[in-house]
Write a protein that binds this ligand. Structure first.
Ligand SMILES: [Cu+2]
Length: 67
């Protein structure tokens, strides 16, 4: 499924790399599209959004699911 998260505390390329690594933890095959300036992370994966909320939060970010 496709899902979209707002990650307000993502502010630079380093943050984007950290978020991308965090997402690859639960699903290395996930398709990830990160827009740092819009602070939006789009993921296509078979896993549910809650798993990525937890994964992105682990390194210290505060993601929220966008509908
Ligand atoms: Cu940063």
């Amino acid at each position: 499924m496709k899902m979209e998260f707002a990650v307000q505390d993502m502010s630079c390329g380093g943050c984007a790399n950290a978020v991308a690594r965090a997402i690859a933890g639960p699903d290395p095959a996930a398709k990830v599209d990160i827009d740092v300036s819009a602070k939006i992370v789009k993921i296509t994966s078979t896993l549910p959004p809650a798993q990525f909320v937890a994964a992105i939060a682990a390194p210290g970010f505060h993601p929220s699911v966008r509908d």
